[in-house]
Design a protein around this ligand. Structure first.
Ligand SMILES: Cc1cc2nc3c(=O)[nH]c(=O)nc-3n(C[C@H](O)[C@H](O)[C@H](O)COP(=O)(O)O)c2cc1C
Length: 268
């Protein structure tokens, strides 16, 4: 074949490679535009490392991403929660974060009182034992602070708000349902840790037929109702943001009692 002439096969592969690379460039440009448009909406998506930087998302949306990125890491749902004892001394301990409470009706006081942020439930679920010290401490001072550190993404959340303990004497039907649901979901070893040896029926808090027994009196649903969140990210240049739950009327004379979240960047 003469020099400079291309065989049909060579021509075909040239056409394909030109189309592919052109398509790649166009696709990249579309992706860039989409990235800009989507930046505000990335709450439930996993952000890539290069998208770290300034943020205009609420703490709740940021947390959604942090949790999604670390879900598979063992211990990523261990948080530290601090309370104040009757001598005004802090006490801090590790507990397991067990998700957000998401089955409360729209007219439940917790829902009306700011139980949602960015349309996502934000009251945090944990459980504890009635006999633990934190129970007594919460009766002196209900405000607690949780610290959640995400080593993989170098992010820290400090979530502050009242702790609500729900035992079997609580007559809020919706919270009682949430308590029973959590008892059923915590797994056999955790359930067993709430049972005294004489009352252990079978293993894992199950009866002879393998059915989960009702929660014992000392099993408490522990809810953190956030009002203030301090978010710090060390990756890609330090960034810190404070989110606060406010009532309409905090800043003006409007006395409608609906809550909303406000967010501001702080330095350092
Ligand atoms: C990894 C880990 C997970 C824990 N999870 C819980 C929990 O979910 N709930 C709880 O009450 N205590 C949990 N504990 C035990 C607490 O850290 C603490 O020892 C216990 O709650 C008693 O604390 P208090 O007497 O100060 O209330 C956990 C401990 C560790 C190390």
């Amino acid at each position: 074949m003469r020099r400079g002439w291309k065989s049909p096969i060579q021509l075909l592969s040239l056409l394909v490679s030109t189309r592919t690379s052109l398509g790649f460039v166009i696709n990249r440009q579309i992706a860039t535009v989409n990235n800009i448009n989507n930046k505000r909406r990335m709450s439930s998506e996993v952000m890539e490392n290069e998208s770290f930087g300034e943020t205009n998302q609420s703490w709740r949306s940021l947390l959604e991403v942090s949790m999604a990125k670390t879900r598979k890491i063992r211990g990523s749902n261990y948080v530290q929660i601090a309370t104040i004892n009757k001598n005004n001394e802090p006490r801090c301990r590790t507990v397991v974060f067990r998700g957000f409470i998401n089955n409360l009706p729209e007219n439940h006081p917790m829902t009306l009182n700011g139980g949602y942020c960015d349309e996502k439930p934000c009251v945090m679920k944990m459980c504890t034992d009635l006999r633990s010290k934190k129970v007594e401490e919460v009766s002196y001072q209900s405000i607690s602070e949780m610290v959640w550190w995400f080593p993989k993404t170098s992010e820290q959340y400090r979530v502050r708000g009242p702790l609500l303990l729900v035992g079997d004497d609580n007559d809020d039907r919706d919270l009682q349902i949430a308590r029973k649901e959590l008892w059923g979901n915590i797994g056999d070893p955790s359930r067993e840790s709430f049972l005294d040896t004489p009352t252990k029926i079978g293993s894992g808090g199950r009866d002879d037929e393998g059915k989960v027994i009702p929660p014992p009196e000392n099993f408490l649903l522990m809810l953190l109702d956030p009002t203030h969140v301090d978010y710090l990210r060390l990756t890609g240049g330090q960034y810190r943001q404070i989110d606060q739950r406010r009532q309409h009327g905090d800043d003006d004379d409007d006395d409608t009692s609906q809550s909303y979240w406000s967010s501001k960047e702080v330095a350092p």
